[in-house]
Ligand binder design. Structure first.
Ligand code: ATP
Length: 868
């Protein structure tokens, strides 16, 4: 198989169903392979050894972290050019011991807290007391364990032996049924023009999605957005009557063109991707309807032939598949070095459209895709969002994100350009833009939830961006588009467009996802948007996006999120030698993704759409998992697999610090670990031996908690072709284990530069996934540990798949991650990135930057929105 030519993404179109027991097919080969996973568990002794090694190394780790603070420029401090150090055993690691113990659970909590502290210090020196990253959920689980442990006689007060095995797996949320999809299975037409019955769990076919579906979304968004672009600081929203019967195009005198912010991929613009353009054409989504046949062949045979990974498929009930062409930021056409723009003729029937993925210019003559929101704009300009009674945040320069500083100059220049056009250049000439520039705003109920209130997000509670938003809200009462300068378009998805935005009056950058509600409703995509919104509101994790605010304005739902300037892993992989990551780098990325998935599962979220395109790279080189609209939400009920051992006496085993203040999570910080674990009256070697024995006994005696929603079930055909798990393709119903399958594909792709089952077309790919055995190329050379992990994950029967039983806890124990400090990985120096991959904005040299802006300025007269 060659390199990827695209990514096929299956978009969930139906409601999640509960299925009873789904059939399982045995695959002897995979079962044999699966047995291998049983062999990698090392002894407790080894685990303890690692623990002590980590303790010893922790101080040095701190030094490394602290050194990162010492730089003139936050962005320059980004360790992009530094070698990766993920292989350094700095801590006991979570993985090479027996199932996660109470001790480990505590340690994870503690180390997370510690690592967050360090990370927050790096990001913002204002951070003084980071919260616990996994917040209430983990606390709840922990509390439950504490209760249980207490009830069983296990003292948790020592703070050292409080190990809990926490396995995270999605749990069944909807009642299992006979295997049919419910009548009310939601059909998401996303990209598909036709849908089939949702009653059949079988997949009848796929309809290539029409790219115009996106046009509708974005034309609507753009028409409204353009009213704000560049106007943010001169808010002169026309007070005109709302036009409800027909689009009210902006006055042609203004400019005659619909202007759009320059679009580019920060991480990819410096590189020509012409050679690899096919690979970059990904994410077509297919909409696939379950057929009445359970035979894979039936399914596969009906798949549209599409080699593009950009095709997303929604498996619903129909045999229709719609192909959606999306622009890939890294595609050749968008890397020409200048901002990509397309004039939008005033004639709405001839709207030039730039494919988001392949950059081909398309045209649509259909008004059907012009969102109604373009037609009616009320005169109100009350962008809303409730003021928050948010938490107080350290008042500091808004440089929480390193990108703030680095991009400030760029931002200002872009702002200048944009502002200079405020007096009319943003008029919209397309049919959809006939409305006035005035805007109506409705206060979203949801805005109350987020706003600037970070109360339920202790992880990011000290982020100065909270304070910046809160300040705006205090001044204006509500946050809205008028408070944001949209600087450029970052990308476009199925349900909305993401822009880079600056909060006016600050240098704080955000990624704002704008979704047209009417379009979503018309396309029945509202549930996806709602799912994403709800999930985003729950998140508080270093490797997941922070939602700072949400509001509805002009019938546009806006999510104000953390901006991730480093592009995505798919683009980044293209820049690697051989288009694959070195193993240490791959390990780093998959480890962070694993933690993000673990957290999501703990929250009852089965992600279902893991792929490099959805992994964004932060300015500090760490990752952020995005895109939750295809996720399955379910409930999680932590289950105590094993209560504490009746004959164990953790108090006595815990050593001299037992029952002391060691209950403090930071007990495991290096500074206090020594007193906790090292009786001073014993020789070092003896102390170590004693502690190992004690710890081993403690681990054996601790309760084990499974918080993985193992019974989660869905029958939707959701995902990306090359990443689809066999059980999804077979329509047998799927659960949390699909994330571990995709995790295996993900690791494979990072290491080998391609996915393992990719065929000549989507049908072949799906057939390969179900029928073909896993094979590894001869090159590049990949370690046996990595291959073994992939084998364990890519077991076709979910029940035999690594992670099925205890979720991420199982996977973390694999030797591939040996020596990795899970709790401190956030403070680990990220992999070295290629020279061309600068974070922030693509052109970093003054000259280049100037050129870039000149390019932008050259088109200033006709700043355009490119539709796709
Ligand atoms: N927080 C962010 N920071 C930087 N860029 C982002 C951010 N969120 C999204 N993007 C960019 O915007 C693009 C569109 O994101 P979006 O989530 O809307 O679409 P998607 O990833 O294609 O998923 P879907 O179509 O399922 O919504 C992404 O591919 C990414 O390049």
């Amino acid at each position: 198989m060659g390199s990827f030519s695209g990514t096929c993404e299956i978009v969930e179109a139906g409601e999640e169903l509960n299925f009873g027991q789904h059939s399982r097919r045995s695959y002897d080969k995979d079962q044999k392979l699966h047995k291998l996973k049983l062999g990698y568990k090392s002894s407790l002794e080894d685990d303890i050894n690692h623990l002590f090694e980590a303790i010893n190394l922790k101080a040095s780790t701190k030094s490394v972290v602290l050194s990162q603070h010492e730089g003139s420029s936050p962005l320059r401090k980004i360790p992009l050019k530094r070698p990766i150090t993920v292989g350094t055993p700095r801590s006991p690691g979570m993985g090479n011991s027996e199932p996660v113990t109470l001790k480990q659970a505590l340690r994870e909590l503690c180390l997370y807290k510690a690592s967050e502290t360090a990370a927050m210090k790096r990001l913002s020196k204002s951070t003084s007391s980071p919260g616990v990253s996994e917040a209430g959920r983990i606390k709840t689980l922990y509390d439950a364990v504490v209760v249980e442990a207490s009830g069983s006689g296990l003292s948790l007060d020592d703070g050292k032996g409080s190990g809990v095995e926490i396995s995270i797996m999605p749990e069944e949320t909807r009642s299992n049924s006979s295997g049919k999809m419910p009548e009310n299975l939601q059909t998401q037409t996303m990209k598909s023009s036709s849908q089939g019955s949702q009653n059949s769990p079988r997949f009848a076919g796929i309809t290539t999605q029409n790219s115009t579906g996106n046009i509708a979304v974005h034309s609507g968004i753009i028409s409204s957005i353009c009213k704000y672009v560049g106007h943010a600081q001169k808010i002169e929203l026309a007070k005109k009557e709302k036009h409800t019967s027909a689009p009210s195009p902006p006055s042609p005198s203004a400019s005659g063109h619909l202007s759009e912010l320059p679009e580019e991929d920060p991480a990819s613009s410096n590189i020509s991707y012409k050679a690899s353009a096919p690979e970059l054409v990904r994410k077509d989504r297919l909409k696939v309807a379950p057929s009445s046949s359970s035979l894979v062949g039936n399914r596969v045979s009906k798949l549209s032939r599409n080699n593009s990974r950009s095709v997303k498929s929604v498996v619903r009930n129909k045999s229709s598949v719609k192909k959606k062409i999306k622009q890939n930021p890294g595609s050749a056409a968008c890397t020409s070095g200048s901002y990509n723009s397309v004039n939008i003729d005033s004639n709405p029937s001839k709207i030039p459209v730039v494919c988001e993925r392949c950059q081909c210019t398309l045209k649509t003559e259909s008004k059907e895709f012009i969102p109604d929101s373009l037609i009616s704009h009320s005169t109100k300009s009350n962008d809303e969002v409730n003021p928050s009674n948010g938490n107080s945040v350290a008042s500091k320069p808004c440089i929480a994100s390193n990108s703030c500083n680095k991009s400030r100059a760029v931002v200002m220049k872009v702002k200048k350009n944009i502002k200079s056009k405020e007096k009319g250049e943003f008029s919209q000439s397309s049919k959809s833009s006939q409305g006035e520039y005035s805007s109506s705003t409705s206060i979203s109920d949801e805005s109350n939830v987020s706003g600037s209130n970070c109360g339920n997000r202790p992880h990011m509670s000290k982020d100065v961006r909270w304070e910046a938003i809160r300040h705006v809200q205090m001044q204006h009462g509500a946050l809205g588009l008028r408070h944001l300068n949209l600087l450029k378009k970052l990308g476009c998805g199925d349900i909305g467009t993401v822009y880079l935005a600056e909060l006016i009056g600050t240098s704080c950058l955000f990624a704002i996802k704008v979704m047209d509600n009417e379009f979503l409703a018309r396309r029945k995509k509202m549930p996806r948007a709602q799912t994403e919104r709800e999930i985003l509101r729950m998140l508080d994790h270093p490797f997941l996006p922070t939602l700072y605010a949400q509001f509805t304005s002009d019938n546009l739902s806006c999510l104000v999120m953390e901006y991730c300037p480093g592009g995505d892993l798919h683009v980044l992989r293209q820049k690697q030698l051989g288009r694959s990551f070195p193993e240490p780098a791959a390990r780093f990325y998959v480890a962070e993704v694993l933690l993000a998935l673990e957290y999501l599962h703990m929250l009852g979220v089965v992600y279902r759409d893991l792929k490099p395109e959805n992994i964004l790279v932060r300015d500090d080189g760490h990752i952020m998992l995005t895109d939750f609209d295809l996720s399955l939400r379910c409930t999680v009920s932590p289950t105590l697999l094993k209560s504490s051992s009746s004959n164990a006496d953790p108090v006595r085993m815990s050593g001299p610090c037992t029952g002391s203040s060691c209950v403090e999570p930071f007990c495991i910080e290096p500074s206090c670990q020594v007193p906790c674990f090292s009786p001073s009256f014993l020789p070092a070697a003896a102390k170590e031996r004693k502690l190992k024995v004690d710890l081993a006994a403690r681990i054996r005696s601790l309760p084990q908690l499974v918080a993985e929603p193992t019974d989660a079930r869905s029958n939707s055909f959701v995902g990306t072709h090359e990443y689809l798990a066999p059980e999804i393709i077979k329509g047998e119903g799927h659960g949390a284990a699909v994330d571990w399958w995709t995790f295996g594909i993900f690791l494979y792709e990072l290491l080998y530069g391609k996915t393992p089952f990719k065929g000549c077309n989507n049908e072949e790919t799906l057939a390969n996934i179900v029928l073909e055995s896993l094979k590894f190329p001869d090159s590049p050379l990949v370690s046996s540990h990595a291959r073994d992990l992939i084998r364990g994950l890519l077991v076709k029967e979910p029940e035999n798949r690594l992670g099925f039983e205890k979720g991420a806890a199982e996977i973390k124990q694999h030797p591939f991650f040996e020596g990795l400090s899970w709790a401190l990985i956030r403070c680990t120096i990220p992999p070295e990135l290629p020279e061309s991959c600068e974070f922030g904005f693509p052109n970093t040299s003054p000259h280049e930057t100037k050129s870039k802006y000149l390019d932008s300025k050259a088109t200033e007269e006709h700043l355009e929105f490119d539709l796709f």
